[in-house]
Design a protein around this ligand. Structure first.
Ligand SMILES: Cc1cc2nc3c(=O)[nH]c(=O)nc-3n(C[C@H](O)[C@H](O)[C@H](O)COP(=O)(O)OP(=O)(O)OC[C@H]3O[C@@H](n4cnc5c(N)ncnc54)[C@H](O)[C@@H]3O)c2cc1C
Length: 390
């Protein structure tokens, strides 16, 4: 059995940040990952523009974590939007803030940042082993499947940063839930699309962006855009309200979010002449294409202009549930706050810490996910370093 000082299992952003913190404290660190290379989900996140964090006051920033806010607050105050930007700059990644406050590296991609980060870890003496799959414990030893067969490791401290349970092909398959030996909050999809069986009239609009549009679920409203797909709806604005929808809410759409109801009624009341209703809607309201199709898709049109205006401003769109969890951007559920100490050490396993998406919190997209992964990774790494010294 190999004896090592500190091991980090899972080489995503949370695990790599934990390794950085441990190495900075002088620990000898080994990072292992089941995949042939590190940071696969992080690299995928960079494919559509790596949104590292959100440039907004910390009080605003904290709000999005909902029930997990109080738990994450000390970690996010220590390593929040400001620190994430400085950290990226420290890895020679210039960052910029988009109009919505979202912060991206100028390169947009994750690969240059990851390359520099791995270089820095290498300089600090961190060793990386890929294709090492953790399979649980055998007594107190960590058990791995490796290209050379089974290996056992005894580590003074362990940081688990195994990710959530989506995009399993990138490594985060949630299989660890079977052998962690801790009662977990059930995994749920987060930041995902929703399914709907469309009528054949919608087919020409598959792939079309619906914008601008306001989506409302209960008392949550978001203005933005989404995409109509062959099996439902996808995209940024849908993700923002996805937790509320997942938890039983109903979706209504405001197809003309910039026009008050009274104005819609006034315009509909304009003389229609020989125009068909389709032409009238297009001419007086600019309602056409996918929006006009959505208006007809949910049922026969109301007869009076007032009721039609109300339908346009509050269109009920029934959905048949989220896409499969593996397709979600992230997952809720995992290791509960009650199972860990303030430094994210498992209360039932001394010297074993947890970080990242495997912890039971969720947040919308917008940089909130990566920031919390990095913040919890730092806290777990520092906790593990302090444990080594105690
Ligand atoms: C398409 C897409 C776009 C995204 N865009 C953004 C974005 O722009 N901004 C943002 O904030 N977030 C974004 N995210 C979410 C973000 O990428 C994740 O929240 C983040 O990567 C989670 O970090 P993590 O370190 O906790 O876990 P992961 O990054 O999932 O890393 C976990 C690692 O653990 C390894 N592992 C798992 N089980 C084992 C095992 N048994 N043994 C050994 N290794 C194991 C995996 O191989 C993996 O490398 C996006 C996600 C997706 C899918």
């Amino acid at each position: 059995m190999e004896q090592i000082e500190a091991i980090v299992i899972g080489a995503g952003p949370a695990g790599l940040m934990a390794a950085s913190s441990l190495a900075a404290a002088g620990a000898k660190v080994v990072v292992v990952d089941s995949k042939p290379s590190v940071g696969r989900k992080f690299l995928m996140a960079g494919k559509s523009g790596l949104n590292l964090t959100k440039d907004e006051p910390i009080e605003e920033f904290l709000k999005v974590y909902g029930d997990a806010r109080a738990w994450l607050e000390p970690m996010l105050r220590d390593f929040g939007p400001v620190q994430v930007q400085k950290w990226a700059q420290g890895l020679e990644q210039e960052v910029f803030t988009g109009s919505s406050g979202r912060v991206f590296p100028k390169a947009m991609k994750a690969s240059p940042l990851l390359r520099n980060w791995m270089g820095e870890l290498g300089h600090k003496g961190v060793e990386v082993r890929t294709r090492w799959r953790w399979q649980g414990w055998r007594r107190d030893a960590l058990q791995f499947d490796t290209p050379d067969g089974e290996r056992l490791i005894s580590a003074k401290v362990t940081v688990l940063a195994l990710g959530g349970a989506s995009w399993s092909r990138l490594g985060s398959d949630g299989a660890w839930a079977e052998f962690l030996g801790v009662s977990l909050a059930p995994f749920k999809p987060a930041n995902m699309g929703f399914l709907r069986e469309w009528s054949k009239f919608m087919e020409p609009h598959f792939g079309a962006p619906v914008k601008p549009v306001k989506l409302t679920v209960g008392d949550l409203s978001v203005k933005g855009e989404f995409v109509l797909t062959a099996r439902g709806i996808e995209g940024g604005a849908v993700y923002s309200i996805s937790a509320a929808l997942r938890d039983g809410g109903n979706l209504t759409l405001d197809l003309l979010p910039d026009m008050p109801l009274d104005d819609v009624i006034t315009k509909l009341n304009r003389h229609r002449g020989k125009n068909s209703l389709t032409n009238h809607l297009r001419k007086v309201l600019g309602l056409k294409g996918v929006k006009a199709a959505l208006l007809r898709e949910v049922g026969s049109l109301p007869v009076t202009n007032t009721d039609l205006a109300k339908r346009i401003k509050s269109l009920p769109l029934r959905l048949s549930g989220p896409v499969p969890m593996d397709e979600a951007i992230s997952t809720a559920g995992g290791v509960r706050q009650v199972a860990v100490t303030d430094t994210l050490m498992l209360k039932d396993r001394d010297g074993v810490f947890c970080a990242g998406e495997m912890l039971d919190w969720e947040a919308p997209t917008g940089g909130y996910l990566l920031t919390a992964c990095l913040a919890t990774g730092k806290r777990a790494g520092e906790g593990a370093a302090a444990y080594l010294k105690a």
